[in-house]
Design a binder for this molecule. Structure first.
Ligand code: RNT
Ligand code: ZN
Length: 412
């Protein structure tokens, strides 16, 4: 308490209101990806992970069932402050009776997830799963030249739209339904256009399904390359951005999906200039789209600043997307989400108006000095106050270790 009031005074000298920042922070929803808990394996397919994404590591205790995944997420949620949303993949359908194919999924296969979300007062975001499945042929789904393959995945997309709508209706919170396909080629293709035209036609077909646009936000995620798909990606940045614009859906940027020196923080404002809503997958790529756990690093802070200082908190859907199997998976969730929240808090605690003014006055000397000064402002004390108000311990490792000893280590 004493540290908080001291820190509050320091921020006040810069004209920053820490109370206001804390009140905003606690209402920023972060969609937490379920797939960190089981290395993106899901419940519906025995196929190895594919689509050019990969989890590495063999840390014990990955969740193997709906029950285990829920228990693990609950443990993570108990250590994560603020407002949370559940982010599911279609491959996490829960079948009580006969399993059905992904092209025939129904809301009833997600009843248990809806109950889980409702009991925790959370909305749900959703993702059709276009990977790790026998109907992915030669690495292709919606862009496949094989009509049966394409039709299968179109039907999957349509089925998912209905499920997304069901999530929104049940939870009362709009559902973000994100489409990402892994389609591409390892080596130089002879025809780059046809796969993209087929992808476009497939998306058109999926989006012909009537759905309530106030309840479901369809997003489209682009990518630069994946493992085994190094030379050509059908859903490239230009394709996805153009398609989103053409169809009036929402573009999604994953910050692991660009060339290593490109930064999503610089792209946010460009997209905000043309889109009412945009969506983000926040991850940490190390040299490539490695999906390391998000940390409070420079780019995460810069992304948060772009959302906050452009007054876009209600225009940007923030979701996490990473998968590390080499460390305790619950700590991966907690560390990653807390890092984003710390970055958001840091952004809320900047003298943003003053900085903009300095820029407009071309006073770059003072802008640089002030920006550097703010880096050593007592963010940690405000963060700890946030945790205390949310009734959450700052030391989460003790609880995670206990859960690991009692539960995770017993999973064979
Ligand atoms: C893959 C994309 C995609 C996936 C998830 C599992 O590169 O980032 O969002 O990570 O759908
Ligand atoms: Zn992603």
């Amino acid at each position: 308490m004493k540290r908080y009031s001291e820190a509050q005074k320091i921020y006040a000298t810069y004209g920053v209101d820490t109370e206001k920042a804390l009140n905003v922070l606690k209402n920023i929803p972060i969609a937490i990806h379920c797939w960190q808990g089981d290395d993106v394996i899901g419940f519906d397919s025995r196929e190895a992970l594919s689509g050019g994404i990969q989890t590495t590591g063999n840390y014990p205790g990955r969740a193997r069932s709906f029950e285990e995944l829920c228990a693990d997420m609950d443990t993570a949620f108990s250590l994560i402050p603020g407002k949370k949303k559940l982010n599911l993949h279609a491959s996490y359908a829960v079948f009580d009776g006969e399993p059905v194919g992904r092209d025939a999924l129904l809301p009833e296969h997600f009843v248990k997830w809806v109950k889980f979300a409702k009991e925790r007062d959370m909305g749900i975001d959703f993702n059709p799963t276009f990977f790790a499945h026998p109907m992915v042929r030669d690495g292709l789904t919606l862009s496949s030249p094989d009509e049966d393959v394409r039709r299968y995945w179109i039907n999957h997309g349509k089925a998912c739209l209905k499920i997304a709508e069901y999530f929104a209706e049940e939870t009362g919170v709009p559902c973000v339904m994100n489409i990402w396909i892994p389609d591409g080629y390892k080596d130089i293709p002879a025809d780059r256009l046809s796969p993209r035209l087929r992808f476009k036609a497939s998306l058109d077909d999926i989006l012909d399904t009537p759905y309530d646009k106030s309840k479901v936000y369809v997003t489209l995620e682009s990518k630069v390359f994946g493992i085994g798909v190094e030379s050509y990606t059908v859903g490239s940045a230009e394709f996805c951005l153009s398609y989103s614009d053409y169809k009036g859906i929402t573009p999604l940027m994953d910050n692991g999906h660009y060339h290593p020196t490109e930064v999503v923080s610089d792209k946010i404002s460009a997209l905000l200039a043309f889109n009412e809503k945009i969506a983000l997958h926040i991850t940490r790529g190390v040299r490539w789209d490695s999906d390391h756990v998000v940390l409070l690093d420079d780019e995460t802070r810069e992304i948060a600043k772009e959302i906050v200082r452009n007054d876009a908190l209600d225009r940007v859907f923030i979701a996490t997307d990473y998968f590390d199997a080499s460390i305790n998976r619950i700590s991966a969730w907690v560390t990653g989400v807390r890092s984003i929240q710390k970055a958001l808090l840091d952004a809320l605690l900047q003298p943003n108006e003053k900085m903009k003014k300095l820029q407009n006055e071309s006073n770059f000397t003072e802008l640089m000095v002030l920006s550097e000064e703010m880096k050593t402002a007592p963010l940690g004390d405000i963060w700890n106050e946030f945790l205390a108000r949310e009734g959450i311990d700052s030391d989460y490792l003790v609880k995670i270790k206990k859960y690991e000893n009692e539960i995770l280590s017993k999973r064979a």
